[in-house]
Design a binder for this molecule. Structure first.
Ligand code: PGA
Length: 244
């Protein structure tokens, strides 16, 4: 896994956006998996700007959702679908209906929803880029500690840390129990796996990810097994690493 440390969140986000732009310029019909959460938001702003300036063309790309909170949809500010559409998809010159496949967290049968999204990916081959924030517990999407590496997509009971941290996204208190997520089998099979983390609160989990044991106890550490994986950090998130 290549470790890239930038001076701050802005520089980190710019570099991540450039990585994605270069990739798409080489492969215009890429399948992209973008995370919700706070960490990628500035990367999305740079991607929107690059598309508006003609530096990148997303018109042939496809987009698949990483995850969603069970029971939530676009009307809930802070849901993954609301975040991705408002910060990225609706701001790009793309045909959202045709190009984006997103988990419906309100589907009656979430297992069927997993199959639908799996099919979307299988029909395209595999994911080109997965852009993943790192949870405070090392989760990727809702692949919580102890996650099954062989799972394509699934419905996962939320880890207590995820429940606590998750409340930062929502204006009201929600009783969240499960997440629906792409599994590690899809994510670690991506051509490029890009992990991102910023701020000192992520320094411990970043150290475990990069320098700890490679184990599903810390799902983010499994990215080190991939041929082409990257972790982009700001100085604060990288502050506890011994070898940079
Ligand atoms: P964050 O979330 O980007 O809001 O820190 C990352 C995660 O928990 O997956």
């Amino acid at each position: 896994m290549k470790v890239i440390v930038k001076k701050d969140y802005d520089e980190m986000s710019k570099d991540v956006a450039n990585h994605i732009i270069n990739y798409i310029n080489n492969k215009p019909d890429s399948l992209l998996c973008f995370a919700g959460g706070d960490t990628p938001l500035k990367t999305y702003a740079y991607l929107v700007e690059a598309a508006a300036n003609g530096q990148v063309d997303f018109s042939k790309c496809s987009f698949v959702s990483l995850d969603e909170w069970g029971g939530l949809g676009p009307e809930t500010k802070g849901s993954c679908v609301e975040t991705l559409y408002n910060h990225l998809y609706n701001k790009l010159p793309i045909n959202v209906e045709k190009q984006v496949c997103f988990f419906n967290g309100k589907a009656e049968n979430l297992e069927d929803e997993c199959k639908r999204v799996d099919e979307f990916i299988f029909n395209k081959g595999n994911i080109d880029i997965s852009l993943l924030g790192i949870g405070m517990n090392g989760h990727l999407g809702f692949n919580e500690p102890g996650a099954d590496e062989e799972m394509y997509s699934g419905v996962i009971p939320l880890d207590p840390i995820t429940k606590t941290v998750g409340s930062k996204y929502f204006e009201e208190e929600l009783d969240l129990k499960v997440g629906i997520t792409l599994g590690l089998k899809h994510l670690l099979n991506s051509n490029d796996v890009i992990l991102i983390a910023n701020a000192s609160k992520k320094a411990d989990i970043v150290k475990e990810t990069v320098e700890g044991e490679i184990s599903n106890k810390v799902p983010s550490s499994l990215a080190r097994k991939c041929n082409s994986s990257f972790i982009y950090l700001d100085e604060e998130a990288a502050s506890k690493l011994e070898n940079r």
